[in-house]
Design a protein around this ligand. Sequence first.
Ligand code: GLP
Length: 261
Amino acid sequence: MEVVIVPDAQAGGELIAEALAALLRRRPDALLGVATGSTPLPVYRALAARVRAGTADVSHARIAQLDEYVGLPADHPESYRSVLAREVLEPLGIGMDAFLGPDGTAADVPGACAAYDRALAAAGGVDLQLLGIGTDGHIGFNEPCSSLASRTRIKTLTEQTRIDNARFFDGDVTQVPHHVITQGIGTILEARHLVLLATGEGKADAVAATVEGPVAAVCPASALQLHPHATVVVDEAAASKLKLADYFRHTWADKPEWQGI
Ligand code: GLP
């Protein structure tokens, strides 16, 4: 995998937005897999700025959701569908007709999960999947010890993840659902390019385990080591526990600019 150490979250957002803009020039109707959480917000802001400046064209882009809470009504402000509508679709001017996501309110949850995997495949697969990372190494909502071959399915959140996410629910952990639907690790690995963004010291241990640890279900993000085109973009704080940080810095500094990520 390629590791790019950037000065700060803003620089990471710019780098990934540029990769998205370049992808859309090659493939105007690319299916972009997007993530929630605070970390990817600079990416969405940087891409929206490019759209306003006329240097990125998202008019044919399609958007796919990574994960969703089970049981929150779709119009709940913290359902991931609502969050993505607010933070990605509206700023980019993309309509819901170009959006794919699992139904977190379905009575038949396994059926909804299987239907979402089929919908992703029928759409031609995800071209670029943007990922954040949990403090425990989760991607999407694949908590530690998720099968590395897993498909989209229901998962139970760890208490730590519910505590981490309580900030979106008035700081009240009791409001955070226990169950979620998430693309499986096997599903995520089918995207043609994986781009994981991690910022801040709180992610340093998870990043070190992802990049330099063994491939192990206890750190779900370590599955990125199995992907032929995975890029990990980290700020200095998130990179602070990488033993090979200097190597990653100089390979990036020497990389021809036209290659991108
Ligand atoms: C949630 C999401 C993940 C995200 C993680 C980290 O658990 N399901 O996709 O990566 O939060 O969020 P943040 O970027 O806010 O730290």
